[in-house]
Each structure stands twice: as structure tokens, then as C-alpha cells.
Design a protein around this ligand. Sequence first.
Ligand code: AMP
Length: 360
Amino acid sequence: MKIGVIGGGQLGRMLALAGTPLGQQFAFLDPAPDACAQALGEHLRADYNDHDHLRQLADEADVVTFEFESVPAETVAFLSQFVPVYPNAESLRIARDRWFEKSMFLELGIPTPEFADIQSQDNLEAAIKRIGLPAVLKTRTLGYDGKGQKVLRYPEDAHNAFAELGSVPCILEGFVPFEGEVSLIGVRARDGETRFYPLVHNVHEDGILRRSVASSEHSLQSLAEDYLGRVMKELDYVGVIAFEFFEVDGGLKANEIAPRVHNSGHWTIEGSECSQFENHLRAIAGLPLGSTARVGESAMVNLIGEVPPVEKVTAIEDCHLHHYGKAFKPGRKVGHATLRCADKATLQARIDELEQLIQG
Ligand code: AMP
């Protein structure tokens, strides 16, 4: 079976690493000449709206998926005429726009911060009167890794904020004084079967995910599964999906969903029976889902800007390096490492060792 992937970054690369043992082949559509997934499959180097190359991808592939949610809706609509595309176009439409996404959470009874649609500076001033400060102004689309957003703490922070974000449609969200951030990765098969991985604690710095630690037992696991189950059913979702939450007042508030394999699920490669990557491929290919049970205690640490010397990372016991083969650049995710240990104390010691190496 051949899988077509829109996007050829590290998520596409890790999908191919998981699918190759299943006998799958891969083709990636990505305009970047140095797309890092090309080491693992065919690279169709073209823009996402290039109909000739989209048609070629549809002809070659048995099923198409994507590795980022900013894929233009027309791309999915065009491809869907010729080949099954999972997740479906509606899931993308909702997940790529924070207004649609949060409106869906409200309709499904899932708690989320107060929010308002912002189309002008006047809208912003009015919304601040209703929601109060601090608040977070975010572009409705195309934001990632903390880009396209601004925290407004004092009235003067708001003065030029709409223009600072490019005078594009935005939402204003109430600032959540969260105790922690967690995410839930789930997978839904074509026949509607769903499975969930354990909740993961995430630590962000400057809006970028730095570290994820898989929980053993989390008191909010079943609540998170209930929320994500509602979303997957509503969207008739097929594949892996991530749901990011704020932990606040003993409950959860929805932040956002990502309709794809997710950075906070990378630990599942070594830390679970069947990784998020393999389960995504199983789901879209119509295969039985794999077990989401964890194997030991796991954490994932992102390598941002550069990968430390390989011989030093691999010298850390229980450490598994994933080098994405991308050019090093400040602020860019160029790799990650998973630490998988028998117990929590050892896990923490290994995390400290790796963090010291990264900082040194
Ligand atoms: P996002 O791109 O929406 O996931 O935001 C990136 C990070 O900014 C989140 O992981 C939080 O750490 C922080 N953040 C986003 N929205 C809020 C909010 N409404 N209240 C507090 N922190 C937020």
C-alpha cells in the first residue's frame, strides 16, 4: 500500500519509519527542496495547490494524509475527488481555525476559556471589556509554536495589538491561570473504534513544547477521553488526533486540537506497544488498531536549534535519539530524545542528565 503525505517534515519522516515495517511505501508532497522526509520515500516537490502534482499523488497513493493542519481546504477537496483522504476535510476546516474549533467545544459542552471573534481594533477593545485582562490575542489560523499570539496584561498592551498580529482575523481568549498543561492522543479507526494513550504532562517555553512526560495514572484521564471522544465522533474522525488542555481548578479547559500525529506523542515510539505513528497509519489504511498501553515510564525532550553530539546523547542510559536530519537553526525543532525507564525516579535522573547536556 502506498501512503501519500501532504508535507515532508519530521512528522512525515516518522510516519514512514513506522509504516515501512508494515510494507507501506510513501510519497511526500512538499515544496521545500530539503524536506527531511524525502530520505524515506518519494518526494514530489511542488506547492500545495499544484494540481498536476496533486493529481500525480492521488494516482500513485492508495490513501492520502497530511502532517500539518494549515493545508489549504481546496487541496483536500481536490484530492478527495480521486483518493480517500484521512482525516476528512471537515476535521481540517475546524482544526485550522481557532474560532471554529472553540465554537465546536462550546457546542459539545467541553469547557474552554472565554473567547471572542476579533476582526478589528474596535472589536478588540470591546472584547477586553467583556473578557477582562490578562487575555491572549491569537490569529485564527496559521499560528504554531507560540507564533501569531500576544499576551495582553495591561490596557496599553492592547493599543496596537490587532495591527501587530497583521490585522488578520483573530480571537481573544481569557488567560487561564493553569496549574499544568496536558494533552491526550487518541486514534479512531474507519469503523469508529477509538483508543487513547495515557495523558501527557507538557512543559512549554516561549510557546514551544520543551518536554512531555507520560503519566502512569492520571485522575483526569477518563474526563479527557470523554472530551476527545465527543470531538472524534462529531468530526467522524479517522486517524490520530491530539487534544491539548489546561489543568485548572481540578478540571480541564480545552486549548486546541491538532488533527494529526503530535509532538507530545513522540514518546509512544519507544514508550508504548504501538506508536502514534503506526496507529495513525493503521487507522487510515483500514487495519486493526494497535495497543496504546505504555511500556515503562517515558518522557520526551525536544532538541531545539541543534542536536547535541550524538555520542553524548547516546551515552545516556535508556535514551533514544531521533535526529530529524534538518539544518540546525535557532528555535527550530531538529530532533527529540525519548527516555524510557522502569521507574519514575530513574526517569527524572535521566531527564536531568539530558537537560544538562542540552544546556551545556
Ligand atoms: P497555543 O498555540 O494556543 O497552544 O498556545 C501556546 C502556549 O501558550 C500554550 O501551550 C500555553 O502555554 C500558552 N497559552 C495559550 N493560550 C493560553 C491561555 N488562554 N491562557 C494561558 N496560557 C495560554
